[in-house]
Design a protein. Structure first.
Length: 183
């Protein structure tokens, strides 16, 4: 499989150019994507069964109109909201962390460029350009990872909000009996 070897060596060259911070960006990216995939799995596979159980639990209640029923419904919707939004704040932190890690790699790379200038002087523009090029790779990697994470974070939040609203609609209070009793 010469194709896989070529990809491996290209990635290895990329990491060598970017420095050790790229490994930290990669680890952050891996963790972020594991959490994103877990949320997708939860929303697509686990949640449909859980939502049916929540609605069935609410519909099996005889009392769906009293103050107590209202508080039970609020607790039920709050619990659902917490399940649906679980791990989203962690994913957001990882998304925000990626560009900062990339910037740290750039700063470390620029320190290396300044060391070269201090030792060799600024006569060799090609060596300085190469150093600046190497220094910007971590920032690019951090931004690319963050951009992919932003899209999925926003999308997962929208899906979770939509499912919470759906549960709120499906567990509506039974106000018809209370209105008929008052008339």
């Amino acid at each position: 499989m010469p194709g896989l070897h070529a990809i491996y060596y290209a990635l290895q060259d990329f990491v060598d150019l970017g420095g050790p911070i790229l490994w930290v960006v990669f680890a952050t990216c891996l963790l972020m994507w594991l959490l994103i995939l877990e949320r997708i799995w939860f929303l697509r596979v686990v949640w449909p069964r859980r939502s049916g159980a929540v609605v069935a639990e609410w519909n099996s209640r005889e009392d769906r109109e009293s103050w107590r029923a209202r508080k039970i419904r609020e607790a039920l919707v709050s619990e659902v909201d917490m399940q649906l939004h679980r791990l989203l704040p962690v994913i957001k932190v990882l998304v925000a962390l990626c560009p900062l890690l990339g910037l740290l790699g750039t700063v470390l790379g620029m320190i290396g460029v300044f060391e070269v200038i201090a030792v060799n002087g600024n006569d060799n523009a090609q060596a300085m350009a190469s150093g600046v090029y190497r220094a910007t790779i971590p920032t690019m990697a951090g931004l690319v990872v963050a951009l992919t994470g932003i899209y999925f974070t926003v999308r997962l939040k929208q899906l979770a909000d939509r499912q919470t609203q759906r549960i709120e609609r499906l567990t509506a209070l039974d106000t018809s009996a209370a209105q008929q009793g008052g008339n």
